[in-house]
Design a protein around this ligand. Sequence first.
Ligand SMILES: [Fe+2]
Length: 510
Amino acid sequence: MRMFDRRRFLQTLAAASVSPALPACAQNALSSRNPFDLGVASGYPHPGGMVLWTRLVGGLDPVAYPVRWEVASDEAMRQVVASGSAAADPHWAHSVHVEPKGLEPDRWYWYRFMVGDAVSRVGRTRTAPRLEAEVAKLRFCFASCQHYEQGYYGAHRNIAEDAPDLVAFLGDYVYESSWGRDHVRKHAGGETYTLVDYRARYALYKSDPDLQAAHAACPWIVTWDDHEVDNDYADDRPEDGMPREQFLLRRAAAYQAYYEHMPLPERMRPKGPDMRIHTQLGWGQLARFFVLDDRQYRSWQACPRPNRKGGSNTVGVEKCEQLFEPKRSMLGRAQEKWLESSLSESRSRWNVIAQQTTMAQFDQKPGPGRRAWTDGWDGYPAARQRLLSYLMEKRIANPVVLGGDVHSFNVADLKLDFDDPKSAVVASEFVGTSITSQAWPQERLNTFLSDNPHMKLLDSRYRGYVRVEITPGRMRADLRAMESVTTRDAACHTLATFVVEDGKAGPQRA
Ligand SMILES: [Fe+2]
């Protein structure tokens, strides 16, 4: 069998308007398994297009495969409005990231991929409205934290059934290690360190049919949290004391696998251990999303446990001076500056900050004194103060912060001074629970409630997601709770609904 000539293949691709034929060896390899077993996905809609994603799997040769793609204006794929061919490169795990351009704004499209005789499922996606468009409504869901072993992804099936315009996934898409109780299924292999490890972990998670359905239902925007790399890492510092150079190799492998498995634009392709994923996305005049990365550039964790170099801790605030150092940053100075200038340029009615951790202060010491967990924004109080002060001073319109990480529904007022009941409410915060990952018992959270009066709801009993509808006059958030994650077909109900009225910061129970 002749070896596949990649250079000739690329020349053919560039020259041909028809798709190049597959080499014989590639066709043989493809016959054993559906190469589209990991599904399809789309992301980052703008008025003229979006990103389309798939990854070929199953006994592939280490050569590039030409993958054809089609975008149609109908679900039956009869009216094809854009098409082409892209190389599934073995250096990028045979993933494909396509960015069709010139589509019409503010409408739904359907797409699929083909390689050899194999055809993928049809995914549904859409473009965003034009920047100047007056938009009546935006519906989106946000979610995070989907430990594969700890449950089934029924929440994703419900997200797909909701058919939102957009999904925002806020981190812990995969977990690097096994933990928790009552596993319904198992990771293959132990903790992930190498590119091979991370690729296999993503392939396992992405084999789930409910997760695939949610990806096929609408475009996603994504950010990561710690578990896509390593628990509690901060910039170049892991929790386990691994030397910096070695950890950066691990981070590079993790970031590459993340890129390979997400519908991310070409501009986000990683370079070694660096990958810029913070970005903004507009939805007409109605809303603007600011997608943040609070892992890659953050200052090291303050006051780690005495026997460790990194990782989070829960500290009495009077015992950790470092916590309050003004130079400590959650986003890094460059991203902070970018966020400030982007917010000040926004002309949108609603400004949605989509990020991975909880922002509201959360005192974990009942009664006098305060204990703070250093991995969330409580570990970076000066940076939180800078952001909230900026929102207030610049009168940013309707700021709403979305978060994840803690595996409970948290609904909160964001204030300049959480210890002062009279301090103004600057923004609204909604933290989604987890898709599956386990949480602290509700009884434990209840002991902290009276020390955190700015929290309107704190509920760790359910796994699920948050469904949001934004109109010019208000934002509505339904907290969607799964009855169980131990069966695939468990029911979902709305635990509570909150609204934020235009011009009035702070969630109100509907
Ligand atoms: Fe998590």
